[in-house]
Design a protein around this ligand. Structure first.
Ligand code: AOF
Ligand code: ZN
Length: 387
């Protein structure tokens, strides 16, 4: 393979990954996949793109189906760039591998294998058996990082967890009067709405629900449909059923996670407010077992969860359930009467050995945003695939 065609493969795969990123947060329980079809401009020259596709909301149709439909008969003899191995199983529609074969694709460039047991190498085998030239592991680090949530749900049973914090320069999450709503700048908050759109669910605890009464939707212009599922963890039902968490119009009914020992009678006002109840077991100290909560969310198909600050941060860090951290620091000082961002933490440094490494930090208006990723994860991935 020439250097030119290798760099062309990388370039088109990056385009496919950019398309996949569009579906992040909207396709659970499925992965977010992008597909680009290309044909040579002249007989042996560089390629041009003829069609693009990405996994559609809800997880179907798959990316390849979309691109093949767009290409029509032009797909004959084309090269397909796909950010995940095409599926090999019969779902509501035939397997994508078969669709690519039938459309007459002659070469497939694939970023990484699909660990779903219904695929797991079989998609690639089908393509090869049909005589399609296959190249695998092109931009694999980025593809793995982008779908880290899907991969993690398959091999660990739980979703990817990103912790988003907004604190003052002296590390407080409320001011001295206990209000925590407006710590970061307007720009940082708008950026957070974009972040919400790329997650399957936003997750808060009762402290945030009672203190801030947040809506947790994506309120960027024209993006209401991108609002993720909202999940509230409230082990002792401290949040009133009148909270905006329950009443705010959103694409999905909210989920309320509480103890599996809570009586149906106490839950009635919440079900009447539209919440779906998830009962989880408690630890001996009466708080919920967070590991069990995350496994239950994984079982229900969630791949990416964004925890929005508050006291839950400490509990999740202590339980070693945080995979990525996005930390906003505002140029403000609230002093020691204000609530600390991390209370009674007995772990080690954020950047300490075995925990996280910082992959980026930049200014958003007057705030600084820093991104940390689990030290052993995604070492060579681009920032775009990590946030
Ligand atoms: C692809 N292209 O765009 C996606 C794929 O429930 P189903 O039938 O939609 O299948 C879900 C599985 O398909 C999912 O677990 C993953 O293995 C694969 N996702 N495959 O060829 C796509 N999203
Ligand atoms: Zn498919």
């Amino acid at each position: 393979m020439t250097a030119q065609s290798e760099s062309q493969d990388v370039r088109f795969m990056q385009t496919a990954l950019g398309l996949a990123r569009r579906s992040l947060g909207r396709v659970w329980p499925n992965p977010a996949v992008g597909c680009v079809l290309t044909v040579p401009v002249t007989d042996s020259g560089p390629h041009r793109m003829i069609a693009r596709g990405w996994t559609q909301p809800g997880g179907r149709p798959h990316a390849e189906t979309q691109a093949l439909q767009q290409a029509g008969s032009q797909a004959r003899g084309a090269t397909a760039y796909i950010s995940l191995e095409p599926c090999a199983h019969q779902g509501e529609t035939p397997p994508c591998s078969l669709a690519l074969i039938e459309a007459g694709i002659t070469r497939a460039v694939i970023a990484c294998c699909d660990p779903d047991t219904r695929v797991a190498g079989q998609g690639l085998a089908m393509l090869r058996q049909a005589g399609i030239a296959c190249v695998i592991d092109v931009e694999a680090d980025d593809a793995q990082a982008l779908n880290r949530g899907f991969f993690q749900r398959i091999d660990q049973g739980r979703p990817l967890v990103t912790l988003k914090m907004a604190a003052s320069q002296d590390g407080r999450i409320t001011d001295s009067r206990g209000s925590s709503q407006w710590i970061s700048s307007d720009c940082a908050r708008a950026w957070t709405h974009g972040l919400r759109a790329r997650y399957d669910a936003v997750f808060i605890g009762s402290g945030v629900a009672v203190g801030d009464d947040p809506r947790l939707t994506c309120r960027l212009p024209g993006m209401a449909a991108y609002s993720p599922l909202r999940i509230l963890l409230d082990s002792h039902l401290r949040t009133p059923p009148t909270a905006r968490f329950f009443s705010e119009p959103a694409p999905f009914a909210p989920w309320l996670v509480t103890g599996d020992d809570v009586s149906a009678q106490r839950l009635t006002p919440y079900t009447q407010a539209g919440a779906e109840i998830i009962g989880c077991r408690r630890r001996s100290d009466h708080f919920l077992d967070l590991q069990a909560v995350m496994l239950e969310l994984g079982r229900r198909g969630l791949t990416r969860i964004l925890i929005e600050g508050g006291a839950l941060a400490t509990a999740f860090l202590e339980a070693d359930l945080v995979d990525r951290v996005i930390w906003f620091s505002a140029p403000r000082l609230f002093g020691d009467q204000a609530q600390p961002s991390i209370a009674s933490f007995c772990g080690d440094d954020l950047e300490g050995p075995g925990r996280f490494r910082r992959v980026a930090a930049w200014e958003i208006d007057s705030d600084i945003c820093a991104v940390y990723v689990r030290r052993d994860h995604d070492r060579r991935a681009r920032l775009d695939c990590l946030i």
